[in-house]
Structures are given as structure tokens and as C-alpha cells.
Design a protein around this ligand. Structure first.
Ligand code: TXA
Ligand code: MG
Length: 317
């Protein structure tokens, strides 16, 4: 019984890896400072980078926030359970370690049935960052978690491959204005169809309100260049080069290793495969990775955001 065993460890303040629809999370009792501290320790994560709190349903959110404005309720009604995180003013019982001392808590209701069953069985919410060492690519399978955290955590709940593949979209309010702080599994277009125009500001690496938006993040160990593949493939023609693209490229040197993210050019499917593809290239014997930007629409924007942060910083799209 995966869920019952996971619950036992979590009640004992130990971190457990859990599946969500976005990426695997490294969960701990969000109300227990010792459990939260273990998460930071295992991930080697700086404590200025706050954690997302996961709850079983919308009703459970009420218990942890001081205010749940109408626009936030509309988004919750549309997208929860799902890959959307809301920043709402926190109640005092949410430890400062969870929010890095910030007045708002990031909170969401995940979709995955095992994790929902787990949350329903526990008397506390779960703080969970992505289950990767800080700065590396997020895990989208239990094997990814095992490869990096084996020996550091007592238990991984295996819920299969994540369906969305990129992290949740983060939305909060500054006064009346809705602000999107992280591009993710719910597209900008989908959010705007519910609450109207919002400010998209995902790149504020210096902004302590969203410290997880550090410019260099989600990064493979190998250098990744983002740009026009016909130019990059010539530039790196003599090297062992891995290629990440939405659709099949013609005219690549035969020794290149190409990963096509979606045979049909579907951006949702591409998002689903993105992190596994990056890991595959990073662990193969290639020397560098070249990647093509996706169309800037739907989940293409979240994919481009991750590729930009993973890339050699002189390159931009
Ligand atoms: O899809 C997801 O959101 C996954 C799964 C496991 O739920 N979680 C995830 O967590 O991506 P993490 O820790 O890798 O990214 C969370 C980011 C932080 O880096 C930070 O930018 C933002 O959420 N965040 C969390 N709490 C915040 C707060 N109180 N104020 C501002 N930003 C916050
Ligand atoms: Mg993360």
C-alpha cells in the first residue's frame, strides 16, 4: 500500500517523493518545521526559495489563507484540481520556513489520484518542491527521483509518468492586478479566458516575491544552446551534439542524437516529454545540446521559459 506507507513516513516528519500531474514533488508536513527543514536539506535548496503547499480540495485552502479573493476563486473553480498555484495571504500557522518569510503562501490542489488519496488521509497539508537537487531538471518519473535522491529519502510513491510535464503556473495579485509569476501547466490564454488580461512577469530573478524564478534553473550539466537549429547544427557540426526539437529536422549530421518532443507538433505532448528528454541527453555521451524554441503559444511559452533557463546564458530567443 503505497499511500499508507507514504503517510506513515510523513507522519514521522520524513520526506517522501510523490507524483503530481506536473512533476514529482518532495513532500513533507507543511505545518512541521522539522519536516520542512528536511526537504531543504535533501534538495540542497536555499531557504530563501519558498515551497508550494498542497491540499486535497478547495475547502482545505480556506483553513490556511486570510483572504481568498473572487478572481482567485474563479481560477480555483476552473483549474483545480490541476497545475495552477495561487499566491494568497497566509494564516499565521503556516511556518515562515515554508514561505521564506513572505506574507503569501503558494497553494494548490494537485490532480494525481495517489497524491489526492494521500492528502485526504493526512491531517496536515504537504509542502512539496520538485523532487530534484536544487537547480537541476525536475523529475517526471519515479525513476528520475530514484536516480538522484536514492539513499536520501525513505520512500517514493510511484505514480507513473507525469501527464503535464512542466511545473504549475503561479498566479498572485498585487492590489487588484493579477500577476503570473511562473509560466507552467496552465497556459496564459486559459487563465486570461477566465479572469481577463494579466501581467506576465516570470523573469524577475531579483524579485524576492518569486525567488524560484532564478534565471539559471532547470539546467542540465551539459551546455545547452537555444536558437535556430540550421545555424547551430553547422556551428557544432563536428561535435557530439544532441538535438531537442518539436518536429523532426532534416539535414542534421548523421552522428547527431535527435529527440523529437512531439511527432505531431503538439505542444502539450512536447511539455510532457521535455524534462525526460533533457535528462536523456544529459546522461548520454553527447557533449552539447542544441534546442529550437517552440511557438510562443499555449504550453510552448512554458517550454521556452524552461529552455531559456537551462541554456547557456549568452543565448536568448
Ligand atoms: O508543479 C509544481 O508546482 C511542482 C509540484 C511538485 O507541485 N512544484 C514545484 O515546486 O515546482 P518548486 O519548489 O520547484 O517551485 C516552487 C516555486 C518557488 O521556487 C517560488 O518561485 C514559488 O514557487 N513560490 C513558492 N512559494 C512562494 C511564495 N510564498 N511567494 C512567492 N513565490 C513562491
Ligand atoms: Mg523546482
Amino acid at each position: 500500500m503505497d499511500v499508507a506507507l507514504a503517510a506513515q513516513w510523513l507522519r514521522a516528519s520524513e520526506p517522501v517523493a510523490i507524483p503530481t500531474e506536473t512533476v514529482y514533488g518532495l513532500a513533507g508536513n507543511a505545518l512541521d518545521v522539522a519536516a520542512v527543514a528536511r526537504i531543504f536539506e535533501v534538495k540542497n535548496r536555499p531557504t530563501f526559495d519558498p515551497l508550494i503547499v498542497h491540499v486535497a480540495n478547495v475547502a482545505a485552502v480556506e483553513a490556511h489563507v486570510l483572504d481568498f479573493p473572487a478572481a482567485a476563486r474563479r481560477l480555483a473553480a476552473h483549474f483545480w484540481p490541476g497545475p495552477l498555484t495561487l499566491l494568497l495571504p497566509k494564516q499565521p500557522h503556516i511556518p515562515d520556513l515554508v514561505t521564506a518569510g513572505l506574507p503569501r503562501v503558494a497553494i494548490r490542489v494537485p490532480v494525481h489520484p495517489l497524491t489526492r488519496a494521500l492528502l485526504e488521509s493526512l491531517p496536515f497539508p504537504l509542502a512539496a518542491p520538485s523532487a530534484n537537487p536544487f537547480g537541476y531538471i525536475s523529475p517526471t518519473t519515479a525513476q528520475h527521483v530514484y536516480d538522484q535522491l536514492n539513499g536520501l529519502i525513505p520512500y517514493i510513491v510511484d505514480g507513473g509518468a507525469c501527464e503535464v510535464g512542466v511545473e504549475s503556473t503561479i498566479v498572485g495579485w498585487e492590489g487588484e492586478e493579477a500577476v503570473l509569476y511562473r509560466l507552467g501547466g496552465i497556459s496564459v490564454e486559459a487563465i486570461e479566458s477566465v479572469i481577463g488580461k494579466l501581467r506576465v512577469q516570470p523573469n524577475q530573478s531579483s524579485n524576492p516575491a518569486a525567488p524560484g524564478m532564478l534565471k539559471s534553473h532547470y539546467a542540465p550539466a551539459k551546455p545547452l544552446y537555444l536558437g535556430d537549429l540550421s545555424v547551430l547544427s553547422k556551428q557544432f557540426a563536428t561535435q557530439k551534439t544532441g538535438v531537442l526539437s518539436l518536429e523532426k529536422q532534416i539535414d542534421l549530421p548523421a552522428h547527431f542524437l535527435e529527440i523529437v518532443l512531439s511527432e505531431t507538433g503538439d505542444l502539450n505532448e512536447a511539455a510532457q516529454h521535455l524534462f525526460a528528454a533533457l535528462r536523456q541527453l544529459d546522461t548520454s555521451d553527447i557533449e552539447i545540446i542544441i534546442a529550437a524554441p517552440m511557438p510562443e503559444l499555449g504550453l510552448g511559452r512554458a517550454i521556452n521559459d524552461r529552455l531559456r533557463r537551462a541554456s547557456v546564458q549568452t543565448n536568448s530567443i
